[in-house]
Design a protein around this ligand. Structure first.
Ligand code: FES
Ligand code: MG
Length: 591
């Protein structure tokens, strides 16, 4: 299905421009100087960029350095020329203050690179949390043919005969540490046991979520998301991905053809079925924004809330990445959703030019303890709820991780989402939380709701993953494992905490959270989707005046030029935390 000829390749403007031989020579000589030939650059082979996110600084994606060899083989076998593109590194667990600060920076730099250099198509090396959205956002803006390639999850981690999942095991062990059940060395050994090989987090955290959704959006080859990094199939799918991107260039199949409104609705349904991360709405709303596709948190509830949880993976369940792959990965999840009539748009087109339905309808779970059929799910109605009220205009709650114990304690209707009320204990940023949480004079008990503010995109540049706060150690010792948590920051996708998060607008951006005080009563109604402080309007107005007189909600100083620029331009979490104004640039490669 060839749609374009070699004269239509955008790289021809650089390497084969008869109207400007001087510039052609200049462009050519510097790519020839390391050994490329004129034949490779001038004979009409598509120039394929490989957006390289693997490096020593980014261990989750480091295996891409190896896989890229197979991608190159595929590109060359299909008649293309491969050019590796360094991408600004983002390591989720290594970057201070938070890796999400750099998502938009990697986005910006990749947009400039793809736009400004002779690239006809691109392979997006995705993996660690923010690398996936950053690269898909850039592909959305530039809109040259693009295909994503996951680096794959790590092998399963094990500790004392039990699966030890990335992140999740640390959130659990920190409670044991706080209670004095384990010491520092054992804590570190448990953490290391969860990371036994190359690859990204083996839980259904943000990485597995976003890689699954990149396939669910149609931007990866079918089955490409879940293959663990060290498996032989990972090298093989890398080769197939390299071959396929060359064909996509000739077919002129672009991100805007694949990532349509239908594709996003499919991804939302898939996110519910996999028990995906609360970071997914931020990132998908951002990608959609850069494509001009309308998408908001209301859509997440409308399209996703009724969809059941099918995948039994930590933190919502028991298994890890290898089990997910062996049970069939994303094609099996999609096949089960289609069988249950739960995939909104089976006709959505994907990177292999076939529809999601054509790719996946024949697939079923190969292990129904790991991927359940829609007729016998892990949990009904497993998607997100979108809440609003005088605390914020929008915040989401992941219902698939509400534990039976939490439900019993806080929700008067144990069978379904309901109402809870409590006394607010307010923290201004993670440092304040760490200083005060174990202080007995705070009088925190089981009737309290913990609030984290000053942790949004402007308050804590990039929005910190800190809303999932542990209870005070003295309560943990009494057996209280979790308190309800609400905040304008994010939480790690590997956390099983049923928090209400991504509250927008944030306290530092005029949000109602800035007016809340410790001791206020707060009421959450999950049926009506409301979240309010039970404070009289006069009193709230008075607090708003006082806050304004004090110069507004105080945030710490920026520590770097980018933090400052980011804060000046960044939008709300529910709008995807994109840079304001960036979304007016669409389809720029065709200019
Ligand atoms: Fe990189 Fe989890 S920290 S994937
Ligand atoms: Mg994270």
């Amino acid at each position: 299905m060839t749609k374009i000829t070699k004269d239509d390749l955008r790289s021809r403007k650089w390497f084969m421009n008869p109207d400007n031989l001087e510039m052609t020579a200049l462009y050519l000589e510097r790519y020839l100087n390391y050994g490329l030939t004129r034949e490779e650059l001038q004979s009409g082979k598509p120039i394929i960029g490989i957006a390289q996110t693997g490096s020593d600084l980014s261990p989750c994606n480091r295996h891409h350095l190896e896989l890229t060899k197979r991608v190159r083989d595929g590109i060359i076998a299909a008649g293309g020329t491969a050019i590796e593109i360094p991408v600004h590194p983002i390591q989720e667990t290594g970057k201070r203050p938070t890796a999400s600060l750099d998502r938009n920076l990697a986005y910006l730099s990749l947009v400039e690179t793809l736009f400004g250099y002779p690239i006809d198509g691109v392979v997006l090396n995705i993996g660690c949390d923010k690398t996936t959205p950053a690269l898909l956002m850039a592909a959305a803006t530039v809109n040259i043919p693009a295909i994503a390639l996951s680096v794959g999850p790590m092998l399963n981690g094990w500790w004392k005969g039990e699966r030890a999942g990335s992140g999740t095991v640390i959130w659990k062990a920190r409670e044991q540490l706080a209670a004095g059940d384990i010491g520092t060395d054992e804590f570190m050994e448990i953490a290391a046991a969860s990371a036994p090989s190359v690859g990204y987090c083996n839980t259904m955290g943000t990485a597995t979520t976003m890689n699954s959704l990149a396939e669910g959006l149609g931007m990866q080859l079918p089955g490409a998301a879940a293959i663990p990094a060290p498996y032989r199939e990972r090298g093989q799918i890398s080769y197939e991905t390299g071959k396929r991107i060359v064909e996509m260039v000739w077919e002129d199949l672009r991100p805007s053809d694949i990532m349509t409104r239908e594709a996003f609705e499919n991804a939302i349904a898939i996110n519910s079925a996999i028990g995906g991360s609360t970071n997914a709405p931020i990132h998908l709303n951002a990608i959609a924004r850069h494509l001009g596709v309308p998408l908001d948190n209301g859509d997440w509830q409308r399209v996703g809330h009724h969809v059941p949880l099918l995948v039994n993976m930590q933190p919502a369940g028991k298994y890890l990445g290898e089990d997910y792959q062996q049970a069939g990965g994303v094609p099996a999840v999609v096949g089960e959703l289609i069988a249950g009539g739960l995939l909104p748009h089976p006709g959505a087109i994907t990177a292999n030019a076939r529809s999601m339905g054509e790719n996946c309808e024949a697939f079923r779970s190969k292990n129904t303890d790991v991927i359940k059929p829609a007729s016998d799910p892990m949990k009904e109605h497993a998607g997100f709820i979108n809440l609003s009220g005088n605390l914020f205009e929008s915040a989401i709650m992941k219902t698939s991780v509400i534990s039976p114990a939490f439900r019993q304690k806080y929700l008067s209707n144990p069978d379904g989402p309901d109402v809870f009320e409590g006394r607010a204990v307010v923290f201004d940023g993670p440092e304040d939380f760490h200083h005060r949480i174990d202080d007995p004079s705070e009088n925190i008990d089981e009737t309290c709701i913990l609030f984290m503010r000053g942790a949004g995109p402007k308050g804590y540049p990039g929005a910190a993953e800190v809303v999932n706060m542990r209870p005070p150690a003295y309560l943990i010792k009494k057996g209280v494992e979790a308190l309800p948590c609400i905040g304008d920051g994010r939480q790690s996708g590997t956390s099983g905490s049923p928090s209400i998060l991504n509250a927008s607008p944030e306290a530092a951006d005029g949000g109602g959270l800035a007016l809340l005080q410790t001791g206020d009563r707060v009421r959450i109604d999950l049926r009506k989707g409301t979240a309010d402080m039970l404070v009289p309007l006069d009193e709230l107005n008075e607090r708003a005046r006082a806050l304004e007189a004090a110069g507004g909600y105080a945030v710490p100083e920026s520590q770097s030029p980018w933090q400052e620029m980011f804060r000046e331009r960044v939008g709300r979490l529910d709008h995807g935390m994109t840079l304001e104004g960036a979304d007016k640039f669409r389809d720029i490669a065709r200019q």
